[in-house]
Design a protein around this ligand. Structure first.
Ligand SMILES: Nc1ncnc2c1ncn2[C@@H]1O[C@H](COP(=O)(O)OP(=O)(O)OP(=O)(O)O)[C@@H](O)[C@H]1O
Ligand SMILES: Cc1cn([C@H]2C[C@H](O)[C@@H](COP(=O)(O)O)O2)c(=O)[nH]c1=O
Length: 208
């Protein structure tokens, strides 16, 4: 695979989508490589259908392991159908969430165990990790407040209790500590231009 795979992570409302959009233009100034923006869960027709199933607030009866398996299944489909072909075509892939989301949300948020959820996903991704993961760190109250302000309501995951979101953030901070060669923490409470500049600096180091 000759492309570059970059994922973006963070609690809900950290600013991933906004940052990725801003980075698109900036990346075009430093490389001729095509840039593909995609997201999880989703990014392909089948994976988007799984997304609807998982995030629908009316699916209150969904078992936690079923949820973890559905995220892993949508990841597998997206990886095979979208990410790997783009990398093979020498593109830069900017992915809004990837495997660290499952380890944080299902592993620690749902308390299924970070290592167990990692193992489940090892099967799905077969070693395909991003070269760089930009973790946008924000206190969960601030992130959820930002989502609330958008006015579209909460999906099934966003609608979980505060303690769930706090466990998610704790897990991310642990992942940053354990994977400092891959995951870079960016303070996402800063003004958006500063957050974008910090992310861009990290990407420049990789793309040059
Ligand atoms: N650094 C920032 N400062 C203030 N507001 C921000 C910042 N970053 C993003 N926002 C605002 O927060 C809201 C949520 O941002 P965005 O949708 O990019 O977050 P996200 O991480 O993609 O969320 P989700 O996890 O729910 O997909 C948007 O209204 C965006 O303009
Ligand atoms: C990939 C992935 C995501 N989640 C959660 C995180 C969010 O609450 C939603 C996705 O919605 P977004 O607004 O597009 O960020 O799903 C998760 O729990 N596990 C995962 O693997």
């Amino acid at each position: 695979m000759s492309g570059i795979f970059i994922s973006f992570e963070g609690p809900d409302g950290a600013g991933k989508t906004t940052v990725i959009e801003a980075l698109l233009k900036k990346i075009a100034t430093i490389t001729n490589k095509e840039v593909l923006v995609t997201r999880e869960p989703g990014g392909s027709e089948i994976a988007e259908e799984i997304r609807q199933l998982i995030l629908d607030p009316k699916h209150t009866e969904m078992d936690d392991w079923t949820e973890a398996l559905l995220y892993a299944a949508s990841r597998r489909q997206h990886l095979i159908e979208v990410i790997q072909p783009a990398l093979a075509a020498d593109q830069i892939v900017l992915c809004d969430r990837y495997v660290d989301s499952s380890i944080a949300y299902q592993g620690n948020g749902r308390q299924l165990g970070m290592e167990k959820v990692k193992q489940l996903n090892d099967f799905a991704i077969q070693g395909q990790l991003p070269q760089l993961t930009l973790y946008l760190d924000v206190p969960v109250e601030i992130g959820l407040q930002r989502v609330k302000k958008l006015g579209a309501g909460f999906d099934r995951l966003e609608g979980q209790e505060l303690a769930f979101h706090q466990r998610v953030r704790e897990a991310y901070l642990k992942l940053v500590e354990e994977n400092e060669d891959r995951i870079a923490l960016v303070d996402a409470t800063q003004p958006i231009d500063d957050v974008v500049a910090k992310c861009f600096a990290k990407i420049q180091q990789l793309v040059k």
